[in-house]
Each structure stands twice: as structure tokens, then as C-alpha cells.
Design a protein around this ligand. Structure first.
Ligand code: AGP
Length: 613
């Protein structure tokens, strides 16, 4: 949520700031702003210049004055938490004199209290944001002279909450101070220039050498290097690491949208999730990051999976895989609910946190609560080194590659694959036979090619999407393994096309939602060729008898009296079928959104990483 960039060096900062913000725009896109320090001349001292607007980075670029130049600068793209999207609430925020400028991700929980004290001491507040408090607080600590980093440290000691910040000071033009607590900050090392950002995607075009700050750490960043230290001024040494994701991973690569590119990247993403993890000799999965041996795994009596949104639905598929393959009771719950209900944490339960970004605040808070109570948590995470990954006792990285579009597709699919590996591993430690293990291993290996086949049907799905997008809403139904697919399908459609979509277990139709069925409310029905096929066909008959339109997602053509349209999906093993049944629903949502001319990669009101409660 929100993106931060910073530059210091011999060049003009603005081009990097704008380009970096464009790359981070997926994290938040309701307003944007930059600040630079215009260098001193013989007659005029160095001066802070700020430009910020409600709207997108393109609006900011259009509003930027031609003479907006300076060799040190910070920028921000925002997803509003405190105050509406407006020019005034956009970052950077400044102190009374316009000398200190701050950009901030996160939430300052005691902002109201600090604001009252600062206002009483003469601070003039011009926005409704919590961030502005930081600018005044740092300015107050700079009032007596001293170093900017000391003022930032002193200010942060008074703050309760989460932050990733970058701070400029027009009177100390040779540095930018950054700090991290719960919101990522990465430094980028250049040739006699330095960068900082909340996400490496803003940096990879300029440098592959990065340093990830840890929570509670700050850094002074100068053109010729950096120094990292703790809030108590203790110097800490951080070694740079090399970003291994390709620069092309951060571009649309010729596709119309990131979302379409990411849908098409799924065969490769699944290959990477599986890479080196299938053990054909013992028909099992090899998962080196679990940090649990077979004996410890045998002691686990239950699995509780936690995630938000699509991560939660992927967890529902994961729970079914674990129950089916390992016969261990497993359940998925929204992390956002779990963390608020004083959960019972059991020693023989394995907790699994699921997150693409590894930053989702509710999921992180759930992990911290479990750990505080002595529970054991594994992470199923895409972003290496992210907060959730670091908090967990072990886990499985997805290696799906960066996911930029707000709607999750390839990370969702890779998460389900990761759960299949976990379930297989668990299963083979328990009672899953070698023959069944072989069956699952073979099916996993076949998935990338089957996904490619499925994607080959895009043109037909595009036509169906254009037709169904005109509906007033859509119902998604599935039974047992199909139900999480229906939930994820409905989520994807509503999220990016804004067409109202509801998911129901097919078995529940006659207990209420059948009342909604009419020609205006079509149903997407998951009809896998499994032991529940007859039951699902009966549900289709009930819908057709009420003049409902049906789009069936099935393993073989469904007769015309039961479905108006049918998309035929390659068949896997029944346990893995949900994963493939979901692929056409991604294409359906994408093309419906395009047909309705939606902002596919940046749907209204949303942001990629939800780092607030
Ligand atoms: C997915 O399409 C959504 N944008 C959203 O539900 C997302 O999955 C959720 O916010 C969790 O994100 P995470 O995986 O980064 O934790």
C-alpha cells in the first residue's frame, strides 16, 4: 500500500522519481507527489520544492514545473488511509517552514495525540494525514541543530505504529534519511549515486545491488554510500544482495496489461514452484524450507491456514488437498478475522500463513499472535525476505516472479501448487500410498502443459466474457472441490470488472439463492468430471428450469439443455482439478473487465499490498 522512492546523486532526481513511482503505482494510486532540494546559488540558499496532486503519477508528471530540479529527492504514490485523496493529503508532507519533507507508508497510531501536542506548540497542519505529524515532529527535533538522522531517530521514538519513511532536509542537502518499521525500505546502490524505494521493482532498472532494511533500522543515504543503524544509534552492517528477478519481469512485455501477462506466465510460474521439489524415487515432495522433520510432522494433528482475499481462497484449496492426501483435518480462515477473535493456539496444530506480497498486515498480525502464544507457523509466500516470510518458522517460497497487477493470478496458482506439494509430503509421511504419490507427482508435472493448453482457449473465452459482462451480476457455484474455485472466480470478476458476483456451494442453491435466478443473473458453474458430477448436473437442471443462463466450466461438453455455453478444461487428478478449473475464470474476469473498459491492473479503491488493518 503506497509506494516510496528516493534518489541522491549527481543527476536530476525527478526523472528517476517519476519513473520509480510509475513502477510502484500498483501499490496505491489515488495521489502522488515528489520533493527535491533545489541547490543553493550565490544568492539563494538550498530550498525544498514540492509538487503533489490528487490522481495518478501521469497527472503528477503533467503538473511538474519545468524547473523542478535537484540532486536529492523523494516521491510517493498513495492509497488513502487518513483523509480523502486530495492535493493536500498527498505526500510529501512538510513542516511549517517547508524545510523538512517526509514520505511515509504505514500508519501512525498515536497521530491524533501527537498532532494535538504539536499544534499546541505552533505546528500548522495542512492535511488530514498521520504523516504530517512526522514532518513537524522531525522539524521540532531539528530546531536545536544537530544531525537530521538524530532528529529522525528522536521523532520515531515518540511514534507508535508502522512506517517506511524517507526524509529530506533543505539544510542538510547531502543526505536522505530512511527508516523502516513494518513497511519495507530497500536501498539501491549505484555508481556515485544511491536510490531507495519501498519495493525493488522501482530500482531494478538502475541497480541490482540492494540492501533490505530490517524493522527498527534507519539509514543515512548519501551519493557515495550509506550507513545503517538502529533507533538507539548503534551502527549495523548490512551486506548488499543481488536482485535475481529479471528486469523484464517488471514490464508488461508486450501484453496489454500486467494481468494478462501474469495469467500467461502461469505455466512458467508453476514450473518454478515445482522446480527441484518433486521426489520421484519416493513419490513425494522435497521441501527444504519447512524446518520440520518427518517425526515432527507426524505429531501434527490439524492444519490451520490463514490468508486474506485470494490468498484465503487458495488456502481453502490447500486445506482440501491436505485433508484428501494426508487425511489431516485442515481449515482455512481469513487472517483478518482470526487475529481479532483471541484464537486458541494448539501445540499440535500447524499454522500456515499465505501471502503473495508477504506484507499483508492482517496476515502478519495473525502470524505474530500465533508466535506470541507459542504456535508454529509456516509461510507460503512469494516475496523473498518479506515481513511475513521472515516472521515464520519456515515455509515454501512460490518463486512465481513479481506479481504487479492488483488481482492475483499466477501467485494464486503457485500457492495451490505449493499446497499440493505440502499435502503430498504430509500424505507420504502418513498413509498416502506410493501409487497415489506417483499419481500426484505425475499430475503435478503435467500441470504447466495443461495450463498452456487452457490458455490456448483465450479467444473463445474472450467472446463469452464480452457477452456475460453485460449482465447485472453473476452467480458462481461449485461443490466441495469446486466451491473455492467458485469463490475465487467471483472475487476476480468483481475485483476487476465491478460486475457483482456471488459464490455459493452448488448444494446450497435451493436453500436461498435460487430465488435470484433469472435470465439477467447468469451462473458460472464448476462441473468437474468427478464423483459429484451427477449432483452438479442436477443443480444445472434446477437453474435452467428457472430460465437461468449457465456457463459451465467442465471436463467434457455439457448438453445444451443444461448449459448455454461450456468451456472444456484439461483433466488432472481430481485433487488438482480445482487449479485448472480456475484458469478460465481468470480469463473470463480479465476479458469482462476489458470489455467494460475498466482499469484492469489498478481497479478502483484497491491496492496491491494491504499493509493497513
Ligand atoms: C487478489 O486478487 C486480491 N487483490 C487480494 O484479495 C489479495 O489476494 C489479498 O489482499 C492478499 O494479498 P497477499 O497475498 O499479498 O497477502
Amino acid at each position: 500500500m503506497c509506494g516510496i522512492v528516493a534518489y541522491i546523486g549527481p543527476k536530476d532526481a525527478s526523472p528517476f522519481l517519476l519513473e520509480g513511482l510509475q513502477r510502484l503505482e500498483y501499490r496505491g494510486y489515488d495521489s502522488a507527489g515528489v520533493a527535491v532540494i533545489a541547490p543553493a546559488t550565490k544568492s539563494v540558499p538550498a530550498k525544498l520544492k514540492v509538487c503533489k496532486v490528487k490522481g495518478r503519477v501521469a497527472d503528477l508528471a503533467a503538473a511538474l514545473p519545468a524547473r523542478f530540479k535537484g540532486g536529492a529527492g523523494i516521491g510517493h504514490t498513495r492509497w488513502a488511509t487518513h483523509g480523502v485523496p486530495s492535493d493536500a493529503n498527498a505526500h510529501p508532507h512538510t513542516d511549517n517552514e517547508g524545510r523538512i519533507a517526509v514520505v511515509h507508508n504505514g500508519i501512525i497510531e498515536n497521530a491524533d495525540e501527537l498532532r494535538a501536542k504539536l499544534a499546541a506548540d505552533g505546528a500548522l497542519f495542512r492535511s488530514e494525514t498521520d504523516t504530517e505529524v512526522l514532518a513537524h515532529l522531525i522539524a521540532a527535533h531539528r530546531a536545536d541543530g544537530g544531525e537530521l538522522e538524530d532528529a529522525v531517530r528522536a521523532a520515531l521514538k515518540l511514534v507508535v505504529g508502522t512506517y517506511g519513511i524517507a526524509v529530506l532536509d533543505a539544510e542538510q542537502t547531502d543526505r536522505i534519511v530512511v527508516a523502516r518499521n513494518g513497511s519495507p525500505i530497500v536501498l539501491g546502490i549505484g555508481e556515485k549515486e544511491m536510490f531507495a524505494a519501498s519495493d525493488v521493482s522501482a530500482l531494478v532498472r538502475y541497480t541490482r545491488q540492494v540492501v533490505h532494511l530490517e524493522d527498527g533500522e534507519l539509514a543515512t543515504v548519501r551519493a557515495d554510500g550509506f550507513r545503517t543503524f538502529t533507533e538507539d544509534a548503534r551502527t549495523v552492517t548490512r551486506q548488499p544482495s543481488t536482485v535475481d528477478w529479471e528486469i523484464g519481469s517488471y514490464d508488461t512485455g508486450g501484453y496489454a496489461h500486467y494481468l494478462l501477462k501474469e495469467i500467461h506466465e502461469q505455466p512458467g510460474a508453476v514450473e518454478r514452484t515445482l522446480s527441484g521439489r518433486l521426489d520421484e524415487r519416493f513419490s513425494t515432495a522435497h521441501l527444504g524450507g519447512l524446518n520440520l522433520d518427518a517425526r515432527e510432522l507426524r505429531e501434527i494433528r490439524r492444519v490451520k491456514i490463514l490468508g486474506c482475499g485470494s490468498a484465503y481462497y487458495a488456502g481453502e484449496m490447500g486445506a482440501q488437498l491436505i485433508e484428501e492426501l494426508a487425511r489431516i483435518p485442515a481449515h482455512s480462515e481469513p487472517a483478518s478475522e482470526f487475529r481479532y477473535r483471541n484464537p486458541v493456539i494448539e501445540a499440535d496444530t500447524l499454522y500456515v500463513a499465505v501471502s503473495q506480497s508477504g506484507e499483508t498486515y492482517d496476515t502478519l498480525a495473525a502470524v505474530q499472535e500465533i508466535k506470541r502464544k507459542g504456535g508454529r507457523v509456516l509461510g507460503v509466500v512469494n516475496t523473498v525476505g518479506s515481513a511475513i516470510a521472515r516472521e515464520c518458522d519456515g515455509g515454501i517460497y512460490l518463486h512465481a516472479g513479481p506479481e504487479i497487477s492488483v488481482a492475483s493470478t499466477k501467485a494464486f496458482t503457485s500457492t495451490v501448487v505449493a499446497f499440493a506439494l505440502l499435502a503430498l509430503h504430509f500424505g507420504r509421511i502418513h498413509d498416502l500410498s506410493p501409487a497415489d504419490g506417483r499419481r500426484i507427482v505425475a499430475a503435478l508435472k503435467a500441470l504447466p502443459e495443461q495450463i498452456r493448453d487452457m490458455l490456448g482457449q483465450e479467444r473463445e473465452i474472450e467472446k463469452l466474457a464480452a457477452e456475460y459482462a453485460q449482465s447485472q451480476g453473476m452467480m458462481f457455484i461449485g461443490r466441495v472441490r469446486g466451491y473455492p474455485v467458485a469463490r475465487e472466480g467471483a472475487q476476480k470478476l468483481k475485483e476487476i470488472s465491478y460486475v457483482h458476483a456471488e459464490a455459493y456451494p452448488a448444494s446450497e442453491l435451493k436453500h436461498g439463492p435460487l430465488a435470484l435466478i433469472s435470465p439477467e443473473l447468469p451462473t458460472v458453474a464448476l462441473v468437474p468430471d468427478d464423483e459429484l458430477l451427477d449432483k452438479n448436473l442436477t443443480a444445472l437442471g434446477e437453474i435452467k428450469a428457472r430460465s437461468g443462463r449457465v456457463l459451465a466450466i467442465a471436463h467434457r461438453p455439457i448438453e445444451a439443455r443444461l448449459a448455454d455455453h461450456c468451456v472444456v478444461v484439461p483433466k488432472s487428478e481430481p485433487e488438482l482439478d480445482p487449479l485448472l478449473l480456475n484458469i478460465p475464470l481468470q480469463l473470463l474476469a480479465y476479458h469482462a473487465a476489458v470489455a467494460l473498459d475498466r482499469d484492469v491492473d489498478k481497479p478502483r479503491n484497491l491496492a496491491k499490498s494491504v499493509t493497513v488493518e
